[in-house]
Design a protein around this ligand. Structure first.
Ligand SMILES: Nc1ncnc2c1ncn2[C@@H]1O[C@H](COP(=O)(O)OP(=O)(O)OP(=O)(O)O)[C@@H](O)[C@H]1O
Ligand SMILES: [Mg+2]
Length: 331
């Protein structure tokens, strides 16, 4: 059996659509898995070879994750804007946006969660009913409605939400001919960023124009990675697209934070995935991993972050620890 390590760079590279402006990434392709599934209990995931640069050979440089030193040197009150991105579906982007946001708010930070996914899961997960809304992030991005007009309070005092509705599903297409289509969110956020310690943007599971808007508006990217076998698949493509946004739109952008989610301590595989991700991304990987727990998965159906739904649960503790770590930076 060949090594079951996941080869993230074997997916096709999506080239920018040069007919359409500097950064068009609407062709995000989810690759077909190229490797065999692991044996029960996990054969070794690999010996730490490079991830995104495999095609270029073993001596190729590791992908540029951002300006050197950008990850560890955060001041705790520096108005950080984080895009929570991974084009892979179901890896814990929304769960992280909602629960990290809530835990940061509990620490006393003013936090704005921006739901940039037409699925609207961060909106419902924070107890906001999309049917009762006059305006949403769609109106902000497509119709220049001031973002202040659609900020909703949540059940936590310091936690606010820019909600999404299903209208946003059309935005990827409606944005194509729009003026400054990649910078709509950045411009909208400019007027409120100073009011918040943290803005967390929950991205959809694609690399289309909505995600590009998030990457252009953010200072940092936080990438949740599920502790599962195919966890790393597609990461190379994500990193290349982040580099493209940095080159064309947002020179200060860095991949500052990698969050391991749905960790199941009973499996060796989870441990191996974490180890491999740490080998590749070093101290950008948060020391605190988020365990897979039923309470975390139940909380959204009650419209509550887990720290309110079950304050003493393992999931609540994990997100509190993660919030402390993220707010300190990872020195
Ligand atoms: N730590 C966890 N323990 C248990 N369940 C979890 C955990 N994190 C996330 N989940 C569940 O996994 C599913 C996917 O999580 P989530 O919606 O956060 O992923 P996502 O990356 O935002 O998905 P999408 O790509 O569709 O937006 C959800 O049902 C969520 O409740
Ligand atoms: Mg989501």
């Amino acid at each position: 059996m060949t090594s079951p390590r996941q080869r993230v760079s074997e997916e096709p590279v999506v080239q920018p659509d040069h007919t359409d402006g500097p950064v068009a990434m609407t062709g995000g392709v989810v690759p077909t898995p190229a490797t065999q599934p692991p044996e029960p209990n996990g054969a070794p995931l690999g010996e730490g070879a490079p991830l995104a640069d495999e095609q270029a050979g073993p001596n190729a440089p590791t992908p540029d994750l951002g300006p050197p030193g950008s990850a560890p040197t955060f001041s705790s009150r520096s108005h950080r804007v984080l895009a929570i991105a991974n084009q892979k579906g179901g890896v814990g982007k929304t769960t992280t946006a909602v629960n990290l946001g809530a835990a940061l708010a509990e620490l006393g930070y003013r936090v704005l969660v921006v739901d940039l996914d037409p699925q609207g899961n961060a909106t419902t997960g924070l107890g906001v009913n999309a049917r009762n809304l006059d305006t949403s992030v769609y109106d902000v991005i497509l119709h220049d409605v001031p973002i202040e007009d659609c900020i909703e309070p949540t059940s936590l005092r310091n936690l606010f939400l820019v909600p999404a509705t299903i209208d946003l599903a059309g935005a990827e297409i409606e944005l194509v001919p729009a003026f400054s289509r990649e910078l709509r969110l950045k411009r909208a956020l400019a007027s409120v960023t100073e009011d918040f310690d943290y803005v967390l943007i929950d991205c959809p599971p694609s690399l289309g124009l909505l995600t590009v808007n998030a990457l252009a508006a953010a200072g940092e990217v936080a990438v949740p990675i599920q502790c599962e076998y195919y966890a790393l698949e597609g990461l190379g493509q994500l990193l290349r697209n982040i580099e493209r946004v940095r080159a064309n739109l947002n020179p200060g952008l860095s991949v500052s934070t990698i969050i391991m989610t749905m960790y199941d301590a009973r499996t060796r595989l989870a441990e191996q995935v974490v180890e491999e991700v740490r080998n590749h991304f070093g101290d950008r990987v948060c020391r605190n991993v988020v365990p897979r727990t039923v309470r975390i998965s139940e909380a959204p159906s009650f419209g509550q972050p887990v720290i309110l739904f079950d304050p003493t649960s393992r999931g609540a503790t994990a997100y509190r620890e993660l919030a402390r770590e993220v707010s300190r930076g990872k020195a």
